[in-house]
Design a protein around this ligand. Sequence first.
Ligand SMILES: NC(=O)C1=CN([C@@H]2O[C@H](COP(=O)(O)OP(=O)(O)OC[C@H]3O[C@@H](n4cnc5c(N)ncnc54)[C@H](O)[C@@H]3O)[C@@H](O)[C@H]2O)C=CC1
Ligand SMILES: O=C(O)[C@H](O)CS(=O)(=O)O
Length: 472
Amino acid sequence: MENYEMIIGTTDFGEKLEKISVVNPFTQKEIAHVPKGGEQEAVRAVDEAHKAFPEWAALSAYERSGLLMKWHELIERDKEDLAKTMTLEQGKPTKEAIGEIEYANDFNKWYAEEGKRLYGETIPATHHNKRMIVTKQPVGVVAAITPWNFPAAMITRKVAPAIAVGCTVVIKPSSQTPLTAIKLVRLALEAGIPEGVVNVVTGDSKAISDAWLEDGRVKKITFTGSTEVGRSLMKKASDTVKKVSLELGGLAPAIVMDDSDLEKAADGVIATKFRNAGQTCVCANRIYVQESIVDEFTKIFTEKVKALKTGDGLVEGTQIGPLVDEKAIEKVEKHVQDALGKGAKVVTGGKKLEGLVYEPTVLTGVTEEMLCMNEETFGPVAPISTFKTEEEAIQRANDTIYGLAAYLFTENLSRGIRMSEQLEYGIVGLNDGSPSSAQAPFGGFKQSGLGREGGHQGIEEFVEVKYISIGL
Ligand SMILES: NC(=O)C1=CN([C@@H]2O[C@H](COP(=O)(O)OP(=O)(O)OC[C@H]3O[C@@H](n4cnc5c(N)ncnc54)[C@H](O)[C@@H]3O)[C@@H](O)[C@H]2O)C=CC1
Ligand SMILES: O=C(O)[C@H](O)CS(=O)(=O)O
């Protein structure tokens, strides 16, 4: 079994520590183990990042860009191996894992360029004997805490902008999917990104994050994961007034209007609902279909759902792999049973298959008091609820504490723009089930997060703005 160590400064670290098992969700077999680090390793990583910061920040944006692009090249070189590792530890089909590695690498390429466009400004002074300039400087050491569902993209979506502007980073990946993160940072070192610029600590998430939150040298926490954990990190970060970026949970509505192209709408809802077996924060969790077309839409949609191939993510052609663990299966089953108990009907699916795979499921007759309409299901279950009017659809879609992504299908452009503007979400897919991309800002309204990742906005999260007033 391959041995993985943490990367703190130089190379492998932590071989003497207790180990954490990394398990293949489909076979439930141990595939590797990583050290169970804690406070001491967390502090050591900040020591290394703090030490590396001055020299890394002193490089030009062009020098850092060149190293980011070398990292990009090595990730591209090892794409197949990285994808296989991701499938083994997280379960997503290898074809989807390849897609995630490419998406993750897009952030490296995008921020290798954005770092060169971090413009300042001059401001006309009131008095002739003054000059006013505004510059941007890297915040310093950044702590990144990432989830299991996108083991590569959630790493580079934070690390790429941070190091492009001159920050250094300490990362705590999910203990369920640490291997991809370790492999990515090994490649960063191979690319010539200096030791200490990017570090990976594996282990006790609470002990590690508490150490980083209490450490005055850590200037920024960037977190992707559940809203519950995000809230607790934000509270603790206030003790040292740390900058915080949060990408949290979502409860995405997908609205299908009576003037939509039903084939296009069904394809779009499939794309958002069943990506990563429904385990993304932007998956459609609630599907609202206008009453007059619900039977026709459900027929078209269900045929497509039935055609989805389930199984081991390593097997060619698999489209729906296993959920990440037993707890995830239990939550999905709880949502399905709750809906059935309150009057919903199963049109297809509704069963747990081998290897933690849950059958792609379509429910109809869904109503607002069901759990699947109020909690993230984080699984391949599509609950269909009907509505009468545009106003009702907007009101129900917005009636949640979440505001990450929403989807709307209509062929009427004015209606599409009007409704997109009324949806209280940071991301709207208008006739598009796959909006996420490196060049666009990703983030939520309300309790789905703070700040944006991706796009030119994503780089601003890692800089301080400095105003220099010059007396002549
Ligand atoms: N908005 C977004 O971009 C995303 C949101 N999510 C949300 O996260 C959840 C699923 O991902 P999970 O990894 O299970 O979320 P999670 O919040 O349990 O874990 C996320 C990360 O935080 C760490 N963590 C867990 N408890 C912690 C604590 N008390 N203190 C410090 N760190 C802690 C975990 O080890 C992991 O590295 C879902 O709610 C999903 O919607 C997940 C991915 C992306
Ligand atoms: O973790 C997630 O769910 C991702 O943020 C979704 S995406 O950026 O890959 O669309």
